[in-house]
Design a protein around this ligand. Structure first.
Ligand code: 3HC
Length: 319
């Protein structure tokens, strides 16, 4: 079959809501952009463990420590689901990890900000995981089968992350004046970087149009961002706190909130590696990978032993 027919058949499968599976024919560009997005999503999950890991030993109670530990552990699992999904497209785990460590691959810019107080754990759960959920619920319908199925598993746990973050802030918002101030300070620091998680504006997005045509994305960056603003603008009323945007206002005509300008210079500066914690995050990942080498070596040695070890019956026959 000639390439044109293959591409036409491929697009009609996409348009017909037929999932693309690993063994199906696909345009090389479809394969590459899925490897790009899925591997960077996986990197985001793994690097995303670091800001929260910083507070596991300093959680204010055993209950909060257990909840935070469970969440951080979930993120590791999400990363593994996603690396496995990306591997089905032909890129090895080692290649993906090397691309992260070399700086060639991206991860979500949000994780390059410091976690300064305990309230940051609540703000991350509520805002960062809240933004991630909107995106990941959409990705449950992405056209590449293994990626869609990975997101279904992820979303089940992500909703717990968002709820536990909100509940933690709710307690602080009803606490002492110092706790209220800590809660508001965390919201102030995490609000705008959370809006940046949805990517650049649709007009600036290099991948949006093609990703929408191939139904990798079902909503554009700006559509999801708007949905997030409207959701949080309602939820924050329960906390009795403010979002750090004096231009945030309900627009009755558009039936959505208008909001202030995002600092895209800050966004691209962080994406390019100049954020407050970029170097610290990558160094932590490289150190963990190096220190974990003995585990990988042992697992490979065990797998090889299992593989080439003649089973007892074979030994008997050979003797
Ligand atoms: N941080 C870093 N890079 C970003 C970014 C961000 N917040 N937003 C966009 N970019 C990059 C893109 O990767 C792209 O660069 P590339 O072509 O080299 O990959 C460039 O900026 C232009 O952006 P586009 O809009 O053209 O890129 P996409 O079409 O890929 O859209 C996206 C960006 C919406 C993030 C999309 O990649 C996506 O949906 N990814 C999957 C979800 C994901 O990665 N979420 C990250 C958070 S995961 C998380 O928070 C887990 C939680 O449990 C902790």
């Amino acid at each position: 079959m000639i390439i044109h027919e293959l591409e036409t058949n491929f697009q009609s499968k996409i348009d017909g809501e037929i999932k693309i599976e690993p063994k199906d024919w696909m345009p090389e560009a479809y394969r590459k952009t899925n490897i790009r997005q899925i591997s960077q999503h996986a990197h985001s999950e793994i690097v995303g463990m670091l800001p929260e890991g910083n507070w596991v030993t300093r959680a204010p109670s055993l209950k909060r420590k257990a909840i935070l530990l469970a969440k951080v552990q979930d993120e590791a699992g999400h990363g593994l689901y996603l690396y496995a999904a990306a591997e089905t497209l032909g890129m090895s785990r080692d290649e993906m990890i090397n691309d992260l460590h070399s700086g060639k691959a991206k991860y979500s810019s949000i994780f390059n900000y410091p976690t300064l107080t305990w309230a940051d754990m609540g703000a991350i759960g509520w805002l960062v995981d809240g933004a991630a959920i909107l995106n990941q619920v959409m990705l449950c319908r992405t056209s590449y089968g293994p990626y869609a199925r990975a997101n279904v598993k992820i979303c089940k746990e992500e909703s717990f992350h968002q709820r536990q973050g909100f509940e933690s802030l709710l307690v602080l918002s009803r606490g002492t004046p110092e706790q209220k101030a800590m809660c508001q300070d965390a919201i102030n620091r995490w609000w705008w970087p959370s809006l940046m998680m949805f990517g650049p504006t649709d007009s600036e997005s290099t991948n949006n149009d093609q990703s929408m045509k191939w139904k990798i994305k079902r909503k554009t960056n700006d559509e999801l961002r708007q949905q997030f603003v409207d959701m949080i603008a309602a939820q924050i009323k329960v906390l009795g706190m403010q979002l750090p945007d004096d231009k945030l206002i309900w627009n009755e005509d558009k039936k959505q909130h208008d909001f202030g300008a995002i600092n895209w210079d800050e966004f691209w500066n962080v994406v390019k590696g100049n954020g407050p914690c970029n170097k610290q995050r990558l160094n932590a990942r490289k150190k963990a990978h190096q220190e974990g080498k003995w585990v990988r070596d042992a697992a490979i040695a065990y797998a090889n032993k299992k593989k080439i070890q003649p089973s007892p019956s074979v030994e008997l026959m050979a003797s």
